[in-house]
Design a protein around this ligand. Structure first.
Ligand SMILES: Nc1ncnc2c1ncn2[C@@H]1O[C@H](COP(=O)(O)OP(=O)(O)OC[C@H]2O[C@@H]([n+]3cccc(C(=O)O)c3)[C@H](O)[C@@H]2O)[C@@H](O)[C@H]1O
Ligand SMILES: Nc1ncnc2c1ncn2[C@@H]1O[C@H](COP(=O)(O)OP(=O)(O)OP(=O)(O)O)[C@@H](O)[C@H]1O
Ligand SMILES: [Mg+2]
Length: 247
């Protein structure tokens, strides 16, 4: 793991140099992916890295974990509570749609969740502009392959340092980087609604997605599920379909 960490850290430093920015910023949720990225950017840019904790109806437990991550990495951080902003923005949109008889209640949970992810992205870019920093993404190989992220939300970032690491490998990196055990051992969750768990929502375990990505044998039904998720989310990983006037 030492070698892996050293090469990601040099790669991060190279990105900073190549792009001419002054540092790196990441959102810290209290989950393992952002914990690892926070530790890595602190190593790459000890004086020019920032973690941003952005609660939106976030549980005390997740907030405590986010604080523990900040302590463990020693990264500079700020907390910006977006709960009211998210609720106000959603309410304005909802009431306009309702007035026009266009509101679809069945999609409320997901619409609110994706708005939360996109408000966090906007907050990180506001800070990145202010500081002349890059926004660092936290997607791992399993999330990227299955498209388990919000397009232009947590997927809206400048660089992806751990995108080739499976969830299991992220855990190994976290252990090496001395991430607190409460963070290391908890169920992955996007925390976008009460009781959400990645594996429950996807209906598949990270261990299975990791095995698939490593080319190991995976039962047919699960293999097909992973491939379907990959196909359905291709648009999140590709360049934009753009109309061309050339014949
Ligand atoms: N074929 C296509 N070509 C081009 N664009 C297409 C498209 N199909 C949908 N779209 C567009 O994409 C949108 C759907 O994509 P998107 O907005 O991403 O939304 P969607 O994929 O429906 O939902 C996001 C998923 O990611 C999960 N998530 C989000 C954030 C963080 C984490 C985490 O692990 O922490 C997980 C979340 O729980 C949910 O399951 C549609 O509303 C539409 O605008
Ligand atoms: N409350 C929050 N404050 C700041 N950033 C957040 C918050 N919630 C989510 N994010 C950002 O969105 C990213 C995507 O969330 P995701 O749940 O995939 O990662 P994680 O929480 O770091 O790890 P895990 O997947 O194990 O829960 C986070 O890594 C983080 O950068
Ligand atoms: Mg999480």
């Amino acid at each position: 793991m030492q070698k892996e960490v050293e090469s990601i850290v040099s790669w991060l430093q190279m990105q900073v140099e190549k792009t001419g920015v002054e540092g790196l910023v990441v959102g810290i949720s209290g989950g393992i992916d952002s914990a690892v990225v926070a530790a890595l950017i602190k190593k790459a840019c000890p004086e020019n890295s920032l973690g941003v904790i952005m609660p939106i109806h976030t549980s005390e437990g997740s907030l405590k974990d986010a604080e523990a991550v900040v302590q463990a990495c020693g990264i500079d951080h700020i907390t910006i509570d977006l709960t009211e902003t998210r609720d106000n923005m959603y309410n304005v949109i909802q009431s306009k749609l309702e007035t026009n008889h266009m509101y679809q209640e069945k999609n409320e949970q997901m619409a609110k969740a994706n708005l939360s992810a996109r408000l966090r992205m906007s907050t990180l870019y506001t800070i990145a502009t202010n500081h002349n920093y890059l926004v660092v993404g936290t997607d791992n190989a399993a999330e990227w392959y299955t498209g388990y992220f919000t397009k232009y939300g947590d997927g809206g970032v400048d660089i992806l340092p751990i995108v080739e690491f499976t969830k299991g490998e992220v855990k190994e990196l976290a252990a090496y980087l001395n991430i607190p055990s409460s963070v290391l051992n908890k169920q992955p969750s996007a925390d976008l609604w009460e009781g959400q768990s990645d594996e429950k929502e996807m209906g598949i375990r990270y261990a299975t997605i990791d095995a698939y990505l490593k080319g190991e044998d995976v039962p047919k039904a699960e293999r097909e599920k992973i491939e379907m998720m990959h196909r359905r989310t291709a648009h999140k990983r590709e360049t934009l379909p753009s109309f061309s006037r050339k014949k």
